[in-house]
Design a protein around this ligand. Sequence first.
Ligand code: SAM
Length: 310
Amino acid sequence: MNTKLHKSVLLKETIQSLNIKKNGTYIDGTFGSGGHSLNILNKLGPKGKLYAIDRDLEAVKIAKKISDPRFHIIHGNFSNIDLFFKKNKIKKKIDGIILDLGMSTMQLMSKNRGFSFKINGPLDMRMNQKQGISAAQWINSNNKKTIANILKTFGEERFAKKIAKKIELYKNIKPITTTEQLSKIIMKVKTKKNQKKHPATKSFQAIRIFINQELQELQIFLKKILNILNKKGRISIISFHSLEDKIVKQFMLKNSSINDIPMGIPISEKQIKNMYQKKIKIINRIFPNIIEILNNPKSRSAILRTAELQ
Ligand SMILES: C[S@@+](CC[C@H](N)C(=O)[O-])C[C@H]1O[C@@H](n2cnc3c(N)ncnc32)[C@H](O)[C@@H]1O
């Protein structure tokens, strides 16, 4: 497998946003092929530490090739970040964490993983092949109403109902087990030739997000992260579609504003102080520039948001 395939998105901007301290402790929650991790390591001094996480065993295999005493790789979901801290006896709070969401080019281009409608292969789509059910198992065991709901919710697919109906029709004849079968069924519904995106783009995105519980992963992670960050610690998240970005944006807005104090409720001075304290400060919101988009068209939908714990 060619690990050079993945071009890290907003690399320079993310590293700058983290404001790396030489002896700090950092986490890369989405190692991928390690583009961001290697750049963080380059900025760290001899006492610095970088813990990387990925739920994909192929990514972990790549990470294991890095022999650097400052670097540790953990296989699992970033939503379990608190458990990793306990298990690895990490007592220190962290100075920065990055999430570069979505899938890597290695995952997308692998014919065995089933992420791409352009490459025929088993309809799997799991980032961790040892966890949960494959897209094929899910599609063959659920009714058209459930399938339509997922296509609409996670893909914002206008033709969700029609596609789900067609899927039901075809799977009654023969189970759907390959990416090609699914994409051909979708193309029978979305027949217009002048569409900007491939007709299966939204449905594949929806099924992938659902199978990997991507939005729940992000929500659980965000609930835990402020307890793990050091004061002035930074969190930088790159998202690739509006559903993800909305979650990140709301988290940052909510924690960077002051709560209203409810009237007439007896509360202590300490409680008032806590409620009046902004937990984080928003640092930036950055989009890729035109040069990056031309060099790496996959970056076009990326948004980087960074915040700092107060
Ligand atoms: C876009 S790639 C990261 C690329 C990386 N920043 C680089 O420069 O090479 C996203 C990676 O995050 C992993 N991933 C996605 N969701 C995850 C989760 N909830 N927990 C752990 N890893 C996850 C995927 O398996 C994939 O390898």
